[in-house]
Design a protein around this ligand. Structure first.
Ligand SMILES: [Zn+2]
Ligand SMILES: [Zn+2]
Length: 256
């Protein structure tokens, strides 16, 4: 029984077999899936999936890539969508991406700040996307007091020092297939460091398939490879890591 806390089943790469795949995954032991949104359309698709399937929950939010297309109406629509469905359990993914810079940085920051405040207003945890923007993300989290709702740094890519700050601010750390990559060194130190009650696992599918599937379309059925790798690093059993990440995910997203 495992919980994939970050997936993109709204992605077009699942257009061909979305429903069959989700049903098959659930039968094969994926107990919960949390769909992460990237814009209004994907939020709608996440809500559709959450309403169709008991085991699917969803987040709602505007990814930093899409910040430049967002305005006040977008934010109003987002809030209405969140209020329309009880299975929206987080605001996300939101944050900053200075690797691609698809939206101007100032616009990304404004969109991030607006959504942190929406999460606080609605009392929902936040799912953070942070790529090559560590300092600005941490500065904004502190300035906006995001600690009040907390959340998770998804697909964590920072150092142990930063992980300390992340935990202090009431945020969990989520590990993806990157832990299985041959060049993963920094992230292994973070896996060793993070307390048992403060980490999650995710596929971020269709992106970031773990080894030995690197480069292929990812899906929640590959999550065991990530759990197994973390179990080896932490010196715990596979079952224990599955159980911890299930409990942690249910606690953070308040899934009964
Ligand atoms: Zn992301
Ligand atoms: Zn994502």
């Amino acid at each position: 029984m495992i919980f994939d806390t970050h997936a993109h089943y709204d992605d077009e790469r699942f257009d061909e077999d979305r429903f069959e795949l989700l049903e098959e995954l659930h039968k094969s032991g994926i107990k919960y899936i949390l769909n992460a949104a990237s814009d209004i359309e994907s939020t709608k698709m996440g809500i559709m999936l959450a309403e169709k399937y008991d085991f699917v929950y969803t987040a709602a939010g505007i990814h930093p890539h899409n910040a430049k297309a967002a305005n006040q109406n977008t934010m109003r629509e987002l809030e209405n969508l969140i209020n329309s469905c009880k299975k929206v359990v987080a605001v996300g993914e939101i944050g900053l991406d200075y690797h691609y810079d698809f939206s101007p940085r100032e616009v990304q920051k404004e969109c991030f700040i607006t959504q942190i405040n929406l999460a606080k207003k609605l009392n929902l945890p936040i799912i953070i996307h942070n790529r090559e923007s560590h300092k600005d993300v941490m500065d904004i989290i502190k300035a906006e007091d995001a600690k009040a709702v907390g959340g998770v740094f998804h697909c964590y890519s920072g150092s142990v020092e930063m992980a300390r700050e992340v935990l202090k601010n009431n945020f969990y750390i989520s590990f993806s297939g990157v832990v299985t990559f041959k060049n993963a060194k920094k992230i292994i130190d973070v896996v060793k460091f993070v307390p048992d009650d403060m980490f999650l696992v995710e596929t971020d599918c269709p992106y970031l398939a773990p080894e030995p599937f690197r480069g292929k379309r990812n899906h929640s059925g590959y999550l065991p490879y990530i759990i197994q790798k973390i179990a080896e690093i932490k010196g715990l059993s596979y079952e224990k890591v599955a159980e911890l990440t299930m409990e942690n995910g249910r606690r953070l997203f308040r899934i009964q």
